[in-house]
Design a protein around this ligand. Structure first.
Ligand code: GCU
Length: 697
């Protein structure tokens, strides 16, 4: 039965009417015989077109139409695939336009030269061609390339973010930190998996959505993984890099800041120690000898018990710059994570606020990082909760390269047992205006580098895939990976357009199916929020694994994650006036909006304010009634997802239909557990009954 392994690259046979037009243009593909990325383009195009159209396209190196074939269908027409330079040489692209094409960009255009009419697919480089090829195949798959469209194609596109990256949290024993879709596709039992079939298929999925970099190992770098940069394991790393290279994806590694001690036998990892610096330089040289296009290092330092420069009285600029200096001669970069906070807090201490930590650590260092360092910042100031404000570090830094870090894996959003489509959440983050240099300084523009004229930047997402047959556990969670890539390519795409694309690619064009699944996806974040932690307060999960409700699970812990509910009220006072002062980390008007109880948006109220249960929201409801209402409603909506999906029976193959149905049923059950735990907790704390008299335990 259909497991969903092909994800959005199914290339199901098109209906005859749709196929006909394409057959006319694509039976002959003109492109040079080459290996490497061009070879990938050829393989992908021929295989996909064969599958979509039921033909075997002829690949030739010659543009001019074969006179003998003049009366065969499609005669004189072709799909011409060429780098911009070659396209200009063939007279199909103006020299000026070819010269100006972005390296990763592409043009898809209907052109004519003499008797030959062609769909020209031109890329700034071979990598641009790869992206263009997948764009063309996407349009073909969703049926938008009819006769008329093919006669007048004129598309130009390029990525908005230099780095479009996936971070794996895979360990070499095969486990995945916060992984909900099986085991690692890279590692097993302390070794690399020899069979690289899945790695290759994964690379195809990633390049098809524009990803160009990836780390394969967990940011928490344990003992075995520390050795990935040693001569012992580098040949294995190189073999994996070889595969991704064919798909235009650069490999990077998460490193252990204490590697000079643990793998190098030095007495210290002090970033200012000459022997330590020499050790990293030597390692960088050794890595680049084997992997000439190696990307660089991702670093989690001085965070959650990981080693870092603080041990030696140095700061994060000292640490990052040392690594950057080692990688610089080879074009490598350092991505330094800003997830730095005190994870040994005393819950009695009301002055320390974890939300403030990243800003407090990194804003004073702004401008001190080398040009090949990027600071990677989580979207929110806490940790990938269902609802958080945007991290004020975006807008706090203006002289430093930055990356936005999103979590595709659903650690706090249902762990791929619940449907929670995150593209709408990510859109809110990307569109958030920091006002760092006036109106329009959005997170999207800061991350890409364009807001402050920086040369590099980008978006990283923590992977949600594993070796489950459908990659993501929940089949519909594939949409999160797809949407992540599309947004990293272009943050201006709308959630609706991305969703529509994904559904059509994955389930075909039946209007009822497309509408139903798209609506389910777009509603799902709000539904999940409804039955979990209310009004932006976060964290009401079981400690450790983070699945399922536990209101006080983190209330008396050292992790800095509190809601402060008592018999009168709930929420964290982060105001300047009476609280932790976090609101001051934002520019105006957000600093004022969040500071003000009247202006603070409802969905973030408890993140910024401690209020009585009887406090009235903008919606007109009291906080307590809002909690009851959203939890009853959320559980109903989760049940509704089952009904909506069930209506598609017979429209979707049984294999995929049933696996999604099972997950949705589990979600509906578990949503009831959330509803009852949360409602009961607040009823017992507040003593205020539900105005509608529903069952609370
Ligand atoms: C979260 C997550 C950890 C992870 C950490 C990080 O806290 O629970 O498993 O290591 O984020 O991003 O470094």
């Amino acid at each position: 039965s259909d497991t969903g392994y092909d994800a959005w690259l199914r290339y199901d046979r098109l209906p005859a009417g749709q196929a006909e037009a394409l057959i006319g243009w694509c039976s002959r593909i003109v492109m040079p015989e080459r290996e490497g990325m061009l070879g990938t383009v050829r393989r992908e195009l021929t295989a996909a077109l064969a599958s979509l159209l039921g033909i075997e396209p002829v690949v030739t190196d010659v543009l001019d139409a074969d006179a003998d074939a003049a009366d065969t269908p499609g005669a004189g027409r072709a799909l011409v695939v060429a780098t911009a330079e070659r396209a200009a040489g063939l007279g199909l692209l103006a020299g000026e336009e070819a010269g100006a094409l972005h390296a990763d960009g592409f043009v898809i255009r209907t052109v004519r030269r003499g008797d030959v009419r062609a769909v020209l697919l031109a890329g700034g480089t071979a990598r641009g061609l790869l992206y263009g090829a997948f764009h063309f195949l996407r349009l073909a798959s969703i049926g938008s390339l009819n006769d008329r469209a093919l006669e007048q194609l004129d598309i130009a596109d390029r990525p908005r973010n230099p780095l479009r990256m996936i971070n794996h949290w895979d360990n070499m024993d095969g486990s995945i930190e916060r992984g909900y879709a099986g085991k690692s596709i890279f590692f097993r039992d302390g070794k690399f998996i020899a069979d690289k079939t899945r790695v290759r298929d994964y690379a195809r999925l990633l390049v098809s959505i524009g990803i160009n970099a990836l780390t394969i190992n967990n940011v928490n770098v344990h003992e075995t993984e520390t050795k990935l940069i040693t001569d012992e394991l580098l040949p294995d790393v190189a073999a994996t890099a070889d595969i991704f290279r064919e798909y235009g994806i650069r490999l990077m590694l998460s490193i252990n800041f204490a590697a000079p001690i643990q793998a190098g036998g030095l007495p210290t990892a002090d970033p200012l120690d000459p022997a330590v610096r020499a050790w990293w330089r030597e390692r960088a040289a050794a890595i680049f000898r084997r992997i000439p296009d190696f990307g660089g290092f991702l670093v989690k330092a001085d965070s959650e018990f990981r080693p870092g420069p603080f041990t030696y009285g140095r700061d994060h600029a000292d640490g990052a710059n040392m690594l950057a200096e080692a990688l610089e001669p080879f074009g490598g970069i350092v991505i330094w994570r800003c997830f730095v906070y005190n994870c040994l807090q005393d819950w009695r201490d009301r002055t320390t606020d974890r939300a403030k930590a990243a800003y407090d650590h990194f804003v004073p260092l702004d401008g001190r990082f080398k040009d090949n360092v990027l600071l990677q910042i989580k979207n929110g100031p806490m940790d990938f909760q269902v609802r958080e404000p945007v991290s004020p570090l975006f807008g706090g830094l203006t002289r430093t390269n930055q990356m936005l870090e999103l979590q595709i894996t659903q650690e706090y959003t249902g762990q791929q047992r619940h449907l929670c489509y995150l593209v709408p959440q990510w859109k809110e983050v990307l569109d958030f205006d920091t006002y760092a240099c006036g109106e329009g300084t959005t997170v999207a523009r800061i991350a890409s580098g364009s807001a402050f004229g920086r040369e590099t930047g980008g978006i990283a997402g923590v992977s949600n895939i594993g070796d489950d047959p459908n990659w993501t556990g929940h089949l519909l969670a594939q949409a999160n990976l797809y949407g992540f890539g599309r947004l990293a390519w272009n943050p201006e795409l709308s959630a609706e357009d991305i969703t529509d694309e994904w559904v059509r690619l994955t389930f075909g064009g039946d209007p009822e199916t497309v509408r139903t699944i798209a609506e389910m996806l777009l509603d799902s974040w709000r539904i999940y929020e409804n039955y979990t932690a209310p009004l932006g307060v976060g964290w009401m999960v079981n400690p450790g694994h983070h699945y399922g409700p536990n209101v006080d699970g983190y209330e008396y812990s050292k992790w800095g994650t509190y809601h402060f509910a008592d018999c009168r009220g709930i929420g964290v006072d982060r105001t300047v006036k009476t609280g932790t002062g976090f609101t001051a980390q934002y520019h105006k008007p957000h600093s004022e909006i969040y500071e003000s109880l009247e202006q603070c948006p409802d969905e973030l109220l408890l993140f910024f304010h401690h209020v009585p249960y009887t406090h009235r929201l903008h919606s007109g409801k009291t906080v307590i009634q809002h909690i009851y209402d959203t939890h009853f409603e959320g559980a109903e909506q989760a049940r509704g997802l089952v009904a909506r999906w069930s209506g598609l029976k017979g429209r979707i193959d049984a294999g995929r239909f049933l696996q999604v149905l099972r997950r949705l049923e589990e979600q509906a059950e578990h949503a009831k557990e959330w509803r009852d735990v949360i409602n009961t907790y607040f009823w017992r704390k507040s003593g205020i009954p539900d105005a509608r008299g529903r069952k609370i335990y």
